[in-house]
Design a protein around this ligand. Sequence first.
Ligand SMILES: [Zn+2]
Length: 169
Amino acid sequence: MAIPILTAPDPRLKAVSKDVETVDGEIRKLAADMADSMYAAEGIGLAAIQIGVAKRVIVIDLDQKDGKKNPKTFINPKILWASEEMATFEEGCLSVPEIWDDVERPARIRAEYLDLDGKRVELEADGLLATCLQHEMDHLEGVLFIDHLSRLKRSMALKKLNKAKKLAV
Ligand SMILES: [Zn+2]
């Protein structure tokens, strides 16, 4: 079931999410709702806090080109290693609509997480997946991509966001 996505400056987006203790039916239902919400909003990634649930669950699907859905769920993800080499991507966020800006992050990471069966998985990622994972893991710490921008750029982004909201009402 698609659930409305919170947008900045909603204070819930600043919450630090809690570890999932048991990967059970409730978590699998949450992951399914997150995927529905992500597809409904035409996004490629979503963290649980973006639908108001402060649990360390992320859903990502970078490969939706042919209309096939293949959401991947990352539970309690942790970065084990990050490259010194950095990469810059123009990022956007379902919780910061209509704002896009360059963010620099480690180009490659190694991460561990639990899958939907509660099994521990290790993964090396680069390119868009590395960026997307780091962007979504920031959400688990209450950090938005605009928090990585300079103060000036961030305040410009928030102003633009406020204006867009007013126009939408
Ligand atoms: Zn985001």
